[in-house]
Design a protein around this ligand. Structure first.
Ligand code: FPP
Length: 256
C-alpha cells in the first residue's frame, strides 16, 4: 500500500480547489532554467542542475498526491544537450545516477514505476546501467509511471518510428494500413497516452523538440519560475488552470 505524502501548506490548500473528476492522466514537463538559476547566484551551472533535482522530487510528489495522474514525463536531457561542455554533460549524468540511486526507495514506497524514452544507448554505461536497474526494480509498481526523456528529441523519435514502419512494410503491400494509430504505436511512447497537460518553466514559449507528435492537442502551461525554484504547488496550480480550459480537439463541442 503506497503512503500518502503531505505536501507544502500552500499545495495542500490548493489541493482543495482541484476538481477530482478532471485530473489530467498524463502531465509532461519541460524543466528549463537551471543554468539561469545558477547564473543569477554567481554559481556554476551544475549547481542549478543539482537544485533542479529537488524540484523533480517536488513535481513527482505533487503528481502522486493528485492520485489520478498516472503518467508523469520529464524532459531531462535532449539529444541537442550533448553539445554542452563535456564537464556539464558528465555532471548531469552523475546527478541522474545519484537521483536514481537515492529515489529508488521512494519510488518503491509510493508504487511508482520508472521508465525512459530516448536513445538511451547514447548514455554513459554507468548511467544506463542504473537506469535499467531501477526500471527493472520498479517494474511491478502501478500507481504512477515516471518517465524520463533522456537523449531524447521529438524529431529523432519520429525518424526512428519511420524506420520501424518502413522495415515492417513489404513492397507492394497496401500502405493504407499506415494510419495515425499505427504510426503512434511505433513511437517511443507507445506505452503511454498522449499528455493532456504540458508544463514548461522559465517562461520560454517553445516546445524545444519535445513530444512533437504527442502534443498535437495538449494544453500548454508556461510558468516564469526557473526549474530549480519549481515547487509542489506550481504543479497543482497548473492542474487547476488546465481544469478551467475547454478542450475542443478541433470540434465545436466540449468533449470532456
Ligand atoms: C534545463 O536547464 C535542464 C537540463 C538540460 C538538465 C536537467 C537535468 C536535471 C535536473 C538532472 C537530472 C534529471 C532528472 C529527471 C533526475 P538549462 O540548463 O537548459 O537552463 P538554462 O536554459 O537556464 O541554461
Amino acid at each position: 500500500m503506497a503512503k500518502v505524502e503531505r505536501l507544502s501548506d500552500r499545495a495542500e490548500e490548493l489541493l482543495k480547489e482541484v476538481n477530482r473528476d478532471k485530473i489530467p492522466r498524463h502531465i509532461a514537463i519541460i524543466m528549463d532554467g537551471n543554468g539561469r538559476w545558477a547564473k543569477k547566484r554567481y554559481l556554476r551551472r551544475v549547481s542549478g542542475h543539482r537544485k533542479g533535482l529537488e524540484a523533480v522530487r517536488q513535481a513527482v510528489r505533487a503528481a502522486k498526491r493528485l492520485d489520478k495522474v498516472r503518467f508523469l514525463t520529464l524532459y531531462a536531457f535532449s539529444i541537442e544537450n550533448w553539445k554542452r561542455p563535456p564537464n556539464e554533460v558528465s555532471a548531469i549524468m552523475t546527478l541522474l545516477e545519484d537521483y536514481l540511486c537515492k529515489e529508488e526507495r521512494e519510488m518503491l514506497d509510493n508504487d511508482i514505476r520508472l521508465r525512459y524514452i530516448g536513445r538511451i544507448e547514447d548514455l554513459p554505461e554507468s548511467t544506463r546501467a542504473e537506469l535499467l536497474r531501477v526500471a527493472k526494480s520498479t517494474e511491478h509498481c502501478e500507481s504512477m509511471m515516471l518517465t524520463l526523456a533522456l537523449s531524447y528529441s521529438g524529431r529523432a523519435e519520429i525518424v526512428d518510428a519511420v524506420r520501424k514502419v518502413v522495415a515492417e512494410t513489404i513492397e507492394g503491400k497496401d500502405h493504407s494500413m499506415i494510419d495515425e494509430e499505427c504510426f503512434s504505436s511505433k513511437l517511443y511512447t507507445d506505452f503511454m497516452p498522449e499528455p493532456e497537460l504540458l508544463i514548461r518553466t522559465s517562461g520560454e514559449m517553445r516546445i524545444s523538440n519535445f513530444m512533437l507528435w504527442q502534443i498535437a492537442y495538449t494544453e500548454l502551461f508556461i510558468h516564469p519560475v526557473l526549474w530549480p525554484d519549481f515547487k509542489d504547488y506550481h504543479l497543482i496550480e497548473a492542474v487547476i488552470d488546465y481544469q478551467k480550459r475547454e478542450r475542443r480537439f478541433g470540434g465545436i463541442e466540449q468533449v470532456e
